[in-house]
Design a protein around this ligand. Structure first.
Ligand SMILES: [Zn+2]
Length: 390
């Protein structure tokens, strides 16, 4: 009788525990403030458009054995949707050219301004930062991609137009190129098309809202390209050159990182290009929309038909498996929403788990806003590079 009573109590306790956990979980999700509020009519429409859509290459039904085939098909589809096939067709037979100016000595490294002509007449400037020490064993390569901000690629490499710009960049830790070269990495900081003023086309009469990135997007969409596709194209040409033409680069240790729009580019680059062995998107890697249908990223990140023909941005980021991937977000980032980010990262973690590669994916929250978190990202990168160096 005593045993039976204890058993009943255990069952009741278990029911109570399950009930309390259910209440806690549901209250935490229900209690979250919505990121935005649409009217009832708009909500119904946007929910139909976005929330209920699960693309044919979304990861829900993925099983371990299916991962290689899924990656092959999804990468092929992503290449098409980004317009990379169109860009390749437009440039058939064209060989990109690189020109370097004279190196300038800096504190412990050299700084060289380069230009790569990725398409006929399209010159993308970049900074090449090389640590001192010619006899050093092969070094990792770091590519740091800027986000919005016409001059931020210069800031990333420690170049500022004035004291105010310097102060702003330092406050946001927007100097990853400088940090990388000081850590001993051969570092490239490119101007990103449509984001850097120097690598953008004009917006006469302000037809595209006086936003260079939107001007780029509109022209691209009309021509069967995407703005992201052009950015990926340029960065792949830079990698082609850096991994074959630069001396002393360890091709197994290749970092790609960026914040905001540069983080979005990081996800697409790493998803498609397996030469990247460590990817760190900062304040950018979340779903395309939240449950209300709100679109998180800038217009220039638009990839037509991606939800209906492929899947969510989290599905695309999951293509990085089994390489190293760290997603960093800021708790006070006004551009992103905590529950949407958490849900997206859960999807990515599941795919890494399918291949027993949980240790190679991490998601971390910084305590501040829309910025780099060096204290979070560099330990992950250093650890990954140490593993890749074994
Ligand atoms: Zn934009």
């Amino acid at each position: 009788m005593v045993e039976s009573g204890a058993s009943n109590w255990n069952i009741r306790f278990k029911h109570l525990y399950v009930f309390v956990m259910f209440c806690l979980l549901t209250s935490s999700s229900v209690g979250q403030q919505p990121f935005v509020e649409y009217s009832e009519r708009d909500s119904a429409y946007l929910s139909r458009l976005h929330t209920r859509v699960r693309g044919p290459l979304a990861v829900e039904q993925l099983r371990p054995r299916g991962v290689p085939r899924w990656q092959l098909i999804a990468r092929r589809k992503l290449t098409e949707l980004l317009g990379l096939d169109v860009i390749a067709r437009d440039n058939r037979g064209y060989q990109s050219q690189v020109r370097l100016q004279d190196a300038i000595a800096d504190d412990g490294f050299s700084r060289t301004l380069g230009k790569i002509e990725t398409e006929a007449g399209i010159e993308i400037p970049f900074w090449l930062l090389i640590p001192n020490g010619e006899d050093h064993p092969p070094r990792p390569l770091a590519v740091c991609a800027q986000g919005h901000g016409g001059n931020s690629w210069n800031n990333y490499a420690g170049i500022y137009q004035n004291a105010a710009e310097r102060e702003k960049a330092l406050a946001r830790n927007a100097t990853p190129g400088l940090e990388a070269v000081r850590r001993g990495y051969i570092t490239i900081v490119p101007a990103v098309r449509g984001l850097a003023t120097v690598a953008s086309i004009a917006d006469p009469k302000g037809r595209h809202g006086n936003q260079l990135c939107r001007a780029q997007l509109v022209h691209c969409l009309l021509a069967g390209r995407t703005a992201i596709g052009e950015r990926v194209w340029d960065c792949q040409k830079i990698l082609d050159w850096a991994l074959t033409g630069l001396p002393n680069v360890d091709t197994k240790r290749v970092l790609f990182t960026g914040n905001s729009g540069g983080g979005v580019l990081t996800v697409y680059m790493a998803a498609l290009d397996e030469r990247i062995t460590v990817a760190v998107p900062s304040c950018s890697f979340t779903s395309y929309t939240d449950l209300s249908g709100f679109v998180f990223h800038c217009d220039c990140c638009l990839v037509p038909r991606v939800q209906s023909e492929l899947g969510d941005f989290s599905d695309i980021g999951a293509l990085v498996v089994p390489r190293y991937l760290l997603a960093v977000h800021g708790k006070q980032d006004g551009l992103h929403h905590y529950p949407a980010v958490e849900a997206a990262m859960t999807r990515v973690a599941r795919v890494y788990g399918l291949l027993n590669q949980e240790d190679k994916f991490a998601h971390r929250w910084g305590q501040e806003g829309h910025k780099f978190y060096p204290d979070i990202m560099w330990p992950f990168i250093e650890n990954a590079f140490a593993e890749l160096h074994k």
